[in-house]
Design a binder for this molecule. Structure first.
Ligand SMILES: [Zn+2]
Length: 300
C-alpha cells in the first residue's frame, strides 16, 4: 500500500512536471504566416504557433471557423497585421473567443501596423476608394525595414507576456536583427537590376515592396482595393499598356489570374505569381529571398 502510494505520488509529480512543461510554451495565434514565422524566430521553443491563414488564402477574407475560435480561446498572444486587414473576421473571432488575454489593449494583443508608418493612408475616411485599406495599406511585411521594426516591437511584447524568458528573447532578437540586416545588404545588391522597372499588380499588395525596390506601379487590375476587375477597366488598361507597356504583371498566387493572363496575352507582358507569405515552416528569410529571386528571373 505504502509503495503503491509512493508510486502514485511519483506519477502525479511526473504528470505535473509534464503539464507544466507543455503549458510553459506560449500559445501564439498568428493571423498571417509572416507573423507566425517571425514569432517563431523570436520565440524559439518558448512559443507554440498556430497560423490562421496560409499563403494560399486571402487574409482580408477568411471564416472565423470553430477550430480557429478554439485556438483563439487558448491563445496567450495574438499577432496580426492590423490596419483593418483582418477587419472582416478578427473582431468576430475575438468576440467569440471570450479570451481576455488577446482583446484590444491587453498585453497579448499585437498588431504589426501599430509600429510602422503606413503608406496610402487616407487623409479622410472614404470607403469609396474600396472596401479594404480604409486605414492605409496594411501589406507592410513586404518591406524588410518595416519587418525589422515589427521584430523589435514583437520581441518586447514576448518579454511583457513571458518575462521569465527575457534573456532568451533578447538573444533571439539580436541574432534575428544581425541575420536580417546582412540579408538586406545582399538583397539590395541582388535587386539592383529591378530598380525603375514598371509593374501592373492585381491588388495593391506590393506597394511596400515597390517602394523598397524602386519599382513603378503603372496600374492595378482591381477596379478598387477588394473590388475585382471589370471589363471596361481592363480595356482601358489594355489601351494604356499599348502606349506605355509595363515590364511585368504581378499577382499573389492565391489571387485570380484570369485578368493578369488576359492582359499578358494581349500585350506580351510577362506575368509573375508570387507567394505573398511564407509557406508552412518556411522562414521569413527563405520566403523573401525566393520572392526576390522570382522577380529577378522574370527580368532576365
Ligand atoms: Zn489588401
Amino acid at each position: 500500500m505504502f509503495i503503491y502510494g509512493i508510486k502514485k505520488l511519483a506519477l502525479i509529480g511526473f504528470l505535473v512536471l509534464v503539464s507544466t512543461t507543455v503549458n510553459a510554451a506560449l500559445q501564439v495565434l498568428a493571423c498571417e504566416p509572416e507573423w507566425g514565422a517571425l514569432a517563431k524566430s523570436l520565440g524559439g521553443h518558448h512559443v507554440k504557433i498556430y497560423t490562421a491563414t496560409t499563403n494560399q488564402q486571402d487574409p482580408h477574407h477568411i471564416q472565423a471557423r470553430p477550430s480557429l475560435i478554439a485556438k483563439a480561446r487558448r491563445a496567450d498572444l495574438l499577432v496580426c497585421t492590423g490596419a483593418e486587414l483582418e477587419v472582416g473576421w478578427l473582431p468576430l473571432l475575438l468576440r467569440k473567443s471570450g479570451n481576455p488575454n488577446i482583446q484590444t489593449g491587453n498585453p497579448g494583443y499585437f498588431m504589426a501596423t501599430d509600429y510602422v508608418a503606413l503608406l496610402d493612408k487616407p487623409t479622410e475616411l472614404d470607403r469609396s476608394h474600396g472596401d479594404v485599406h480604409a486605414a492605409g495599406n496594411p501589406h507592410i511585411h513586404l518591406d524588410p525595414e518595416r519587418v525589422l521594426k515589427v521584430a523589435k516591437a514583437l520581441s518586447q511584447t514576448l518579454i511583457r507576456v513571458d518575462p521569465e524568458n527575457q534573456t532568451d528573447y533578447q538573444n533571439k532578437l539580436d541574432s534575428f536583427i544581425k541575420q536580417w540586416q546582412n540579408r538586406i545588404h545582399q538583397w539590395r545588391k541582388q535587386t539592383d537590376s529591378l530598380k525603375g522597372k514598371s509593374i501592373v499588380a492585381y491588388h495593391k499588395s506590393w506597394i511596400y515592396l515597390q517602394q523598397w525596390l524602386g519599382l513603378n506601379e503603372l496600374a492595378i487590375l482591381e477596379t478598387k482595393p477588394g473590388i475585382p476587375p471589370t471589363s471596361s477597366h481592363l480595356s482601358h488598361l489594355l489601351a494604356s499598356m499599348k502606349k506605355t507597356p509595363a515590364d511585368m504583371i504581378i499577382y499573389a498566387s492565391y489571387q485570380d489570374d484570369k485578368a493578369a493572363n488576359w492582359l499578358s496575352q494581349k500585350t506580351g507582358i510577362p506575368t509573375v505569381a508570387l507567394d505573398i507569405s511564407p509557406a508552412k515552416d518556411e522562414t521569413l528569410i527563405d520566403w523573401y529571398e525566393q520572392l526576390l529571386n522570382r522577380l529577378i528571373k522574370v527580368q532576365q
